[in-house]
Design a protein around this ligand. Sequence first.
Ligand code: CA
Length: 180
Amino acid sequence: MEQPHKIPAKSVPPRDGTTHLGPRFWRKRGTLMSEDSGTAGATPVRARAILVIEDDPPIRRALEHALANVTERVIEAETGAAGIAVAAAERPELIVLDLGLPDMAGIDVCREIRSWAPTPIVVLSARHAEGEKVALLNAGADDYVTKPFSTVEFAARARAQLRRSLAGPGLNDPTVRVGD
Ligand code: CA
């Protein structure tokens, strides 16, 4: 759970015309700011659920850590088949897909999910082949991260995908159907 930063009792906003509007908002030079917007400069996005399809427990833990402030919930699947089933059942807002899965090729998982869901897919791979990257993007992947990855960078990439998709026309679109 992401705890909102507490404004310490003594950290009164600066005296340059700033008006304190309560614990979470203050007005500075005409701009309403939330305390969350301080460092990033943009409203942080937060998903309801992100699905991680990865068979390697240490990598799953690293992803869970990286995504802790990006989503309410990280759902995990250890195989491609389980990942596809969970994607259909839980409708996550972002899918992180490892390419080295025990039961099926990551690119097939990507194609399958993309055939019925617009959910952003971030592919995770230990390999570096440019050809593979192109094939994955053609199969519907939205971003490509190579292991080992920086958790900070990974979180930023996940947020970027969420910002794009949550702001897009599909947000309140009830026509996305799964498995009907
Ligand atoms: Ca793997």
